[in-house]
Design a protein around this ligand. Structure first.
Ligand code: GAL
Length: 371
């Protein structure tokens, strides 16, 4: 069934993340050149950007943090991104400390999006500091509208990348000339299992819905064997997938994962059950789809152990967080100098598009992580 060329890599857990965490812990700002127009840098002391991610256990957020630090150090700000360890109260305390240290702007991926109002209040009390929310979309437009100096840097809404993922899966299902046959039982129906994100995340339900509506739109009849929250997390995904693999085995024709961390967990599970170990050459194969196209996943896509992903461009998102913050600190329009981006009404979001990634273009996803 699988006639494609080889590889057969084994899973090496956590290496890249360990490296990223080391970067996070070790990074500080203040070494770069003065940014164009950022008046506060004139004395040689760059202003502080107070930034935190909701959890360093979330590898996509860790890459976002790394991009923010890298761009900040290129001349706009001093910035060490903090880890709120999945606790909004901790994040609130971190913001208090950032303000006490004289931060000129605040950038956060919130633990809990209902905490936005509290953060805004703190920034307002500290002298109308700019606030930029990223990654976890704040959906209460009333809260966003209540504070002029507040914006969001996010990815494209709608299916949050899963509309593209549905197209990839539909195309694979319909392609009977390729290396692998998705419809293993030949019944013309796609049997899949789905691992969703966390129940509190704005993108979780839209991503799941976009799979179903995308398959329907592409004319693919499907049977959703199982669907559950995997909390964006590798270990949780593996645990859920272990149960599904032992229940359905080869009946599973796709594992649809709402992010790459869960795709890696699903891969660990299917490999332990004897699937996918030789990528597209495997005797037994269950295609796995992810979202984010993290560096951690790209080797697996090259080998065929993971079928595809969708790039969520953390490098550009991190760059925009820093540039929008710098513009606001300088009293400029948030989009000043940022050609090609728009400010969405209501959500006050600047959005970065997703891109389909498979073994033909992993280099394009890798590009953003270099340097
Ligand atoms: C999503 C991302 C996931 C996870 C989640 C957490 O945008 O695709 O990998 O990081 O955000 O907020």
């Amino acid at each position: 069934m699988f006639k494609n060329s080889k590889t057969g890599r084994k899973i090496v857990a956590g290496l890249t993340i360990t490296a990223m965490l080391a970067t996070l812990a070790g990074c500080s700002g203040g070494s770069g050149n003065t940014s164009e127009g950022n008046s506060d840098t004139s004395g040689g002391d760059q202003p502080v950007l107070g930034a935190a991610i909701y959890s360093s256990g979330d590898n996509f957020n860790t890459y976002l943090a790394s991009s923010i630090e890298k761009n900040a150090a290129e001349g706009y700000f001093q910035c060490t991104v903090e880890d709120a360890q999945n606790d909004q109260a901790t994040m609130n305390d971190q913001v208090d400390a950032m303000i006490a240290k004289g931060a000129k702007a605040i950038a956060l991926s919130l633990v809990d999006i209902s905490g936005a109002q509290t953060i805004i209040q703190k920034a307002q009390n500290a002298g109308n500091l700019p606030v930029i929310f990223f990654n976890k979309e704040v959906t209460d437009t009333g809260v966003l509208a209540s504070y002029d100096n507040c914006y969001q840097v996010l990815s494209t809404a709608g299916g949050y990348g899963a509309d593209i993922q549905a197209e990839q899966i539909a195309e694979a299902f319909k392609d009977t000339s390729g290396d692998i046959t998705i419809d293993k039982n030949g019944d013309g129906i796609l049997q899949y299992v789905m691992l969703m994100g966390s129940s509190d995340h704005t993108a979780t339900i839209p991503r799941a819905e976009a799979i179903r509506s995308g398959l329907e739109a592409a004319g693919v009849e499907y049977d959703e064997l199982e669907c559950d929250y995997g909390d964006w997390d590798t270990a949780t995904a593996k645990e859920k997938m272990d149960a599904w693999v032992s229940k359905y085995g080869d009946e599973i024709e796709f594992v649809v994962c709402a992010n790459d961390a869960m795709a890696i967990g699903a891969l660990q599970s299917v490999e332990a059950a004897g699937f996918n170990t030789d990528g597209f050459e495997s005797e037994q194969y269950i295609p796995i789809a992810g979202i984010d196209a993290l560096p951690d996943t790209l080797n697996y896509i090259d080998s065929g152990e993971i079928y595809c992903s969708v790039l969520q461009d953390s490098a550009t998102q991190g760059e925009l967080v820093v540039k929008v913050a710098a513009n606001l600190v300088d009293g400029k329009d948030p989009l000043d100098g940022l050609d090609g981006y728009e400010l969405e009404e209501g959500t006050k979001a600047i959005r970065v598009p997703y891109k389909a990634i498979d073994r033909s273009n992993t280099a394009e996803a890798a590009e953003g992580y270099q340097g």
